[in-house]
Design a protein around this ligand. Structure first.
Ligand code: HEC
Length: 269
């Protein structure tokens, strides 16, 4: 009996991780209305080895989507075992097309006076949907990026979330009481839909007003983008009669991504 304990613990842990809990991450963070940093997304894959610069050994390369996610599909591991080899190759192609079509761009003026209010626009494309997440952070690093208020900027007011239909969304951010302040540096965008088989991609914009730091200096602004890939492919989901759409790679799979925008440098003087 004792011998089986680790196995039992593993099974319990796996069932907890795989259970489609109400606040599960595929589907974004419907229940968390607060600032988030990319380190939370341990399951997600990287889109660049630079995003884990300084990590020991080959960890940064292991985290790349190619090695952490696509290699498992090709090898037919776990949930991918039920797909034929040609279907697995098609799923890989769908995921690669989605990744290639997924971009995050940040724009702001390169100069600001101390304490001045500036507009920062983040333009998103792709992401499997139905949800994507985006945050303003200070560096393009999965384990070291911090929410932008940590580096001296302040978020002023509620960020404007403009969905795929170009309409402003309040549904996610409204769950946070207005009195607590809705000036978050992280948001979810809902209603995103990409279809890799048809080559149709989601898009959204988020516009923040920031107050520049009081201390003159050189500051970095980066957008961190959390998105899924498998739900953009008919082969990436399993229709469960009771639980609805389930991810082929599972809830603890590596089909999520963290992607950073290019770094924007702002001179505060
Ligand atoms: C237990 C593993 C796991 C952790 C931890 C995790 N995620 Fe994910 N997340 C996933 C998977 C798997 C997907 C991909 C869904 C797909 O491929 O379509 C995903 C997708 C997403 C998406 C896109 C939503 C969607 O349905 O495609 C967002 C946004 C997201 N995660 C945010 C976060 C944030 C923020 C954190 C930390 C607070 C986090 N995730 C932590 C597994 C995880």
């Amino acid at each position: 009996m004792t011998r089986n304990r680790p196995a039992l613990l593993l099974a319990v842990l796996a069932s907890l991780l795989l259970a489609p809990a109400a606040w599960a991450y595929p589907g974004g963070t419907p229940g968390f209305q607060t600032d988030a940093a990319p380190y939370c997304a341990g399951c997600h894959s990287s889109t660049s080895a630079q995003d884990l610069a300084g990590a020991t050994g080959d960890r940064a390369t292991k985290e790349l989507a190619e090695n952490k996610h696509l290699a498992l599909i090709r090898a037919g591991e776990g949930g991918y075992a039920k797909l034929s080899a040609p279907d697995r190759e098609t799923l890989v192609q769908h995921v690669q097309a989605l990744d290639a079509a997924t971009t995050v761009k940040l724009s702001a003026l390169p100069k600001a006076k101390p304490g001045e209010e500036v507009t920062v626009k983040v333009e998103l494309t792709g992401g499997a949907g139905p949800v994507v997440g985006v945050a303003l952070v200070d560096m393009p690093h999965r384990w070291q990026a911090r929410p932008i208020p940590g580096s001296g900027w302040q978020v002023v007011g509620t960020p404007r979330i403009l969905g795929q239909d170009f309409q402003e969304q309040m549904e996610w951010i409204e769950r946070r009481p207005e009195a607590a302040g809705r000036n978050l540096a992280f948001v979810n965008v809902t209603g995103i839909l990409s279809d890799a088989a048809k080559g149709e991609w989601g898009r959204a914009d988020v516009v923040w007003t920031l107050r520049a730091p009081d201390e003159p200096g050189t500051y970095s602004l980066v957008a961190a983008y959390w998105y899924g890939t498998e739900k953009a492919s008919p082969l990436g989901v399993i229709e469960d009669p009771i639980r609805g759409k389930m991810l082929r790679g599972g809830y603890a799979g590596a089909s999520g991504r963290v992607k950073f925008s290019p770094v924007l440098t702002v001179q505060v003087q």
